[in-house]
Design a protein around this ligand. Structure first.
Ligand SMILES: [Zn+2]
Length: 224
């Protein structure tokens, strides 16, 4: 597997290209373009949240705990919370991710298990799409796409080789063939990953369905 540093270098180059593409082809402002570049860079580190040890992982959880409430800010304001209430909620979400989610990950995930997989990538992308509530759908998908692109770059790097950028040494990894996967040897982990993906997919469906007719014309007409 590639090192933390290797992933960071690769995904930051990829993220910069992604941001530049967004500003050039989608005419995005520097804000959304650089946000996309940043989340793509972070996406490249995200799968290694499942490794139990090391300063980078702790740092990564700190970063995730900071960025997720920031992405949620707009949504919290829309829900009508006051400034003070928003600050309290943001702090609570930070603590929940930094300590709660981090502990769950430490206890229940296996390094290079279901979090290093294609469903894992889709979960990260859909999660960011649903959390990051902006009225501009292009920007919303651009940011969600950035996370998935970074995540995918991580899986590909893990899959293919152990890259040592400092020594420019590339060799085939003994774990090759275990990162770009759709299921893991653990049936329980696979089941929970797909359950989560299904839940996020359903949330996305409801997001696009008309509010008075959430299940679309097919189901509702039958029920009536
Ligand atoms: Zn990895």
């Amino acid at each position: 597997m590639a090192s933390y540093r290797g992933h960071l270098m690769f995904s930051s180059v990829l993220g910069s290209a992604y941001g530049a593409t967004g500003s050039w082809f989608l005419n995005l402002d520097w804000g959304p373009a650089m946000l996309g570049a940043g989340v793509a860079t972070l996406g490249g580190l995200l799968p290694d949240l499942d490794s139990d040890s090391g300063v980078p992982v702790r740092e990564l959880f700190g970063l995730a705990a900071t960025i997720i409430p920031l992405l949620l800010l707009h949504r919290l304001r829309l829900l009508g919370f006051s400034v003070e209430q928003t600050i309290v909620l943001v702090a609570l979400i930070y603590l929940f991710i930094r300590y709660g989610v981090a502990n769950v990950f430490k206890r229940y995930t296996v390094h290079r298990g279901m979090f290093h997989s294609i469903p894992g990538m889709l979960i990260a992308g859909l999660g960011v799409y649903l959390v990051y509530n902006t009225s501009d759908e292009v920007v919303r998908w651009f940011v969600a796409g950035g996370v998935m692109l970074g995540f995918l770059s991580h899986l590909v790097l893990d899959e293919l080789c152990s890259v040592d950028f400092m020594g420019a040494k590339i060799r085939l990894n003994k774990f090759a063939g275990s990162a770009l996967k759709f299921w893991s040897p653990s049936a329980v982990a696979t089941f929970f990953a797909y359950l989560l993906l299904f839940g996020l997919g359903a949330a996305l469906w409801l997001h696009y369905a008309p509010p008075d007719d959430p299940f679309g014309p097919i189901f509702v007409r039958k029920l009536r």
